[in-house]
Design a protein around this ligand. Structure first.
Ligand code: KIV
Ligand code: ZN
Length: 524
């Protein structure tokens, strides 16, 4: 009998634990709405005791996203569980997900507890959660490095206490597929009550085996798999949902007994949205959703694909919603056609002011490019709509560079209506500009990551620059888009600086930065 593998998406919880990722509640809601369209079974919205933002985000999701189960994470402490429930109260199908570590390493060095104490805490946590809600998931953190007998004892006890889902995490990504499959098999043998609840796995990708381990567990009878979009998550990340879903679908001949409820056509769009909002680029050769996943470079491959796609393509790009990069608007398109196109792309709730601003940027671009594609328009919209308050605004920049000169930049920035100009040299043109801006703002940051990509192909493509900076230990991201890569670089830097100023409470540390433009305008 074919079985459905339920997908618990933890992009908003474990995924958000990726270094440098910080989603605000409205961004989480936007992703949750997309996950609902993708038809995930369960959305884990966050770990509400850890931040007011997570609490607010899960409340928002619970109020607005009604199809999937909404889960909130909690340790076994009552305070955690109370807060998890507070976040879920409005959910149509709430789930409290409580966890405690069961490996001796964690007991000794992290929890400083005995096995007996952990057993009691696990049981008490589940019983306490049951007072609020029927659907209670229990995770034995570091299960894959736990003593099997003790792990089974804990699982048995929490099932008796009312847990409806038992999750077996490979928290540190240590397992290999055969052994992980055996672990699931042994748990099922030793705790027959697992047949009456949902058995789940949660795999990390430290050795690049998260997908293989999840598949091995499926073959041994688990019916829920925890995943994230683009495989983001703690350290090397989690099982990538798109990889799991497309493996089961593409190899249905082998996995004939298993499928998912996922609407595959929404995979690509969701992947791009998550990448954009988390500022985590998807590597070009990433399975299923990477830029090169459907690209054929060598002549022999191109020739084969032109004759018959199945020579080198095991999946159809359309099956994950990867449309051709259609040309959407040109030089002669008017404001009305522009508005209709944005509506088609899902941007409906735009104010007249926003529409005007976007139209002006579109006109600027067609002056240089003649035609604009959907991807390019999306990049501009995302940049405009996600603007943080502009404490610092770029007025102009000028670079003097060459292979025999030390690059020198002059930058003009507007702060509170006043033009401030400075100049500095640097190791390269971007470094020179960033040093100049540092002189103007007086903010000293450390650049951790700088990446540039073309939004579309062609010499005159729109360039998108993503950067990550550290400011007093906080990781801040910035993004800029322009046909000129130096302009995109400077915009990305100013975007990050404005976020820092906002975080510090404004230019004088006494405001909250005005309106938070994180608010999503894309229709749910
Ligand atoms: O990796 C892990 O063990 C977790 C649990 C909280 C499920 O993320
Ligand atoms: Zn995890």
């Amino acid at each position: 009998m074919p079985g459905i593998i339920e997908i618990l998406d933890t992009t908003l919880r474990d995924g958000e634990q990726s270094p440098g990722v910080n989603l605000c509640p409205e961004e989480k809601l936007e992703i949750a709405r997309n996950l609902e369209k993708l038809k995930v079974d369960i959305i884990e919205g966050g770990f509400p005791i850890t931040s007011a933002g997570d609490l607010q985000a899960i409340k928002l999701i619970s109020e607005n996203v009604k199809e999937p189960v909404i889960a909130a994470l909690a340790r076994t402490r009552q305070e955690d569980i109370d807060t998890a429930w507070e976040s879920l109260e409005k959910a149509r199908r709430p789930r409290i997900h409580t966890f405690i570590a069961t490996s001796d390493i964690h007991l000794k060095y992290k929890l400083n507890k005995t096995r007996e104490e952990v057993l009691e805490m696990a049981e008490a946590g589940v019983k306490y959660a049951k007072k609020y809600v029927e659907d209670v998931q229990f995770s034995a953190e570091d299960a894959s490095r736990s003593d099997l007998d003790f792990l089974c004892q804990v699982i048995e006890r929490v099932i008796q206490a009312g847990a409806t889902v038992i999750n077996v995490p490979d928290t540190v990504g240590y397992q290999v597929p055969q052994q992980f499959g055996q672990l699931i098999e042994r748990i099922r043998e030793k705790v027959p009550a697992t047949d009456k609840i949902t058995l789940s796995v949660h795999c990390h990708n430290d050795l690049g085996l998260a997908l293989a381990n999840s598949l091995a567990a499926i073959e041994k009878g688990v019916t829920q798999v925890e995943c994230t979009i683009n495989g983001i998550g703690e350290r090397a990340g989690n099982t990538a949902m798109e990889e799991l879903v497309m493996t089961l679908a593409t190899r249905a001949d082998f996995y004939q007994y298993y499928s998912t409820n996922i609407n595959q056509k929404n995979i690509f769009r969701t992947s791009r949205l998550v990448s954009k909002l988390t500022n985590m680029l998807v590597q070009a050769n990433k399975a299923v959703v990477g830029r090169n996943a459907f690209a054929h470079e060598s002549g022999i491959h191109q020739d084969g694909v032109l004759k018959e796609k199945s020579t080198y393509e095991i999946m159809k790009p359309e099956s994950i919603g990867l449309l051709d990069n259609r040309i959407v608007l040109g030089k002669h398109s008017g404001r009305h056609a522009f508005k209709i196109k944005l509506k088609e792309m899902g941007f409906e709730k735009l104010s007249e002011e926003e529409l005007q601003k976007l139209f002006e940027r579109f006109k600027d671009l067609v002056d240089k490019r003649q035609i604009v594609s959907e991807h390019e328009m999306e990049a501009i919209i995302e940049e405009e709509l996600r603007k943080v308050p502009e404490y610092y605004q770029l007025s102009y920049f000028q670079i003097f560079t060459g292979n025999k000169f030390r690059p020198t930049a002059t930058v003009g920035i507007i702060r509170e209506g006043e033009l401030i100009e400075e100049a500095a040299c640097g190791g390269g043109p971007v470094d020179a500009m960033y040093r100049t801006i540092d002189r103007i703002t007086g903010i000293q940051t450390k650049l951790m990551d700088y990446s540039i990509k073309a939004v579309t192909g062609g010499r005159d493509a729109l360039g998108e620059v993503n950067i990550r900076l550290t400011d007093n230990g906080n990781i801040i991201s910035g993004r800029g888009v322009s046909t000129d890569i130096l302009e995109a670089s400077v915009k990305a830097y100013i975007n990050a600086i404005n976020k820092i100023v906002k975080k510090r409470g404004g230019l004088y540390g006494d405001d909250r930065g005005g309106e938070d433009n994180c608010q999503s305008r894309r229709q749910g």
